[in-house]
Structure formats: structure tokens, C-alpha cells
Write a new protein. Structure first.
Length: 208
């Protein structure tokens, strides 16, 4: 059995963005892992949090999944605040990271090798207004061939800097103009099953 932390980064804007889709996807992620016998906990940033408890949740977790809407081509601002507070405290306590990894005594040590989260996995599940066609195509005006993973490299880098393995992200595209939520949920379940080897409860699953 593995420990799973699901972080919901949705920021509520009354009458405009209520967070229904991100809650639904977070619950689907929960169901996939819990159905395979894993222990699941949640953090909903917009609902408030204790910084020290969030550090301890990251220490506890074998897998961290960020469920996140895309606001102006990045995560909502509350997620940046969360990262700053939780990872700064994780550094101060030497729980998530010890230092930046470099050493005057060992020239082979690289920047980004000072983390304490080895063996953990991090994945993002993203909801976009952008269509899937906007990514991976150099003829597209906005991302010019870049992928969704490229667009969120800055968040993945925070976890890689602390030693975690980065799992390819999952994206729901075009969720405002042309939503296909039922199909997205099917794809999400398949993505989780493929990357975490999820099987039925009481069977061997998830080497994390």
C-alpha cells in the first residue's frame, strides 16, 4: 500500500469559477488510488492549510498529485504561495530538502541534488481552456511547439529539485468551449493505471 496526497489548487471566483471540475477530477483520482487499496489524503489550498502539516503530508506521501486549473497560463496564485511556504518550511526543517546539492568537496554534485524526496512521485492533472491542438505544433501561435509539460516545468522543477520523480502530466483540454468530461475521466483513469500500475484492491500495485 502506498500513501497518496492529492492537492487541489483551484481558486474560487464566485459566479465564474466554482471549482466543480477540479473537485470532480480530484475525487476520481482518489477513487482510482483508494480502489487499488492505497491510503489517500487531500489538501484543498483555497480552504486554508497549516504549513507544518503540509510539510508532514509531503513526507508521508509516496505520490503527490496536483489537481490544478490553468489560470493565465499557470497555476492560480495561491499555489505559488503554497509552494513558497511549504517548501521553505521543508528546507528549514531539512525534511524535504537539505540544500541545493552542490559541494565544494565533490565536483560531480549538481545543482538540484540536495533533495530528500527520493522515491516519491509527483504528477500534475491540469484543466485547460486551450484546445489540445495548441500544444506540440510549431505552427501554433501561443506555445509554438511546446507541450503542456513544458508550460508547467516550473512546478515540476520544484519537486525534482527536492528529489521527487516527475510523472508525465494529464490534461483536460478545451473545458469551457468544448468540454468532453466523460471522455476525460476515462483518459484520466487510464493515465493513472498506466503510470502507477494500479490494480484491483489486494493485488500488488504501485511501486513507489
Amino acid at each position: 500500500m502506498a500513501n497518496i496526497l492529492i492537492i487541489n489548487a483551484h481558486k474560487r471566483y464566485e459566479g465564474w469559477s466554482e471549482g466543480t471540475l477540479n473537485r470532480h477530477l480530484a475525487n476520481e483520482i482518489d477513487a482510482s488510488f483508494a480502489g487499488a487499496g492505497h491510503d489517500v489524503r487531500h489538501s484543498h489550498i483555497d480552504g486554508g492549510y497549516d504549513i507544518g502539516e503540509e510539510v508532514d503530508k509531503h513526507v508521508w506521501a509516496d505520490v503527490i498529485v496536483l489537481q490544478c486549473p490553468v489560470n493565465w497560463f499557470g497555476a492560480p496564485w495561491i499555489h505559488k504561495k503554497y509552494l513558497d511556504e511549504v517548501f521553505n518550511d521543508g528546507l528549514a526543517q531539512k525534511k524535504l530538502i537539505t540544500d541545493d546539492g552542490r559541494s565544494r568537496k565533490d565536483a560531480s554534485r549538481q545543482y538540484g541534488m540536495g533533495g530528500n524526496m527520493q522515491g516519491k512521485k509527483f504528477m500534475m492533472s491540469l484543466t485547460w481552456n486551450a484546445p489540445e491542438a495548441a500544444f506540440g505544433n510549431p505552427d501554433q501561435v501561443l506555445y509554438q511547439g511546446k507541450t503542456a509539460d513544458d508550460a508547467f516545468l516550473h512546478i515540476a522543477a520544484c519537486y525534482r529539485f527536492c528529489g521527487a520523480e516527475i510523472v508525465p502530466s494529464f490534461s483536460c483540454y478545451d473545458v469551457i468551449k468544448a468540454p468532453q468530461i466523460e471522455n476525460d475521466v476515462v483518459r484520466l483513469r487510464a493515465h493513472l493505471a498506466a503510470h502507477f500500475a494500479l490494480k484491483a484492491k489486494n493485488q500488488t500495485a504501485l511501486s513507489a
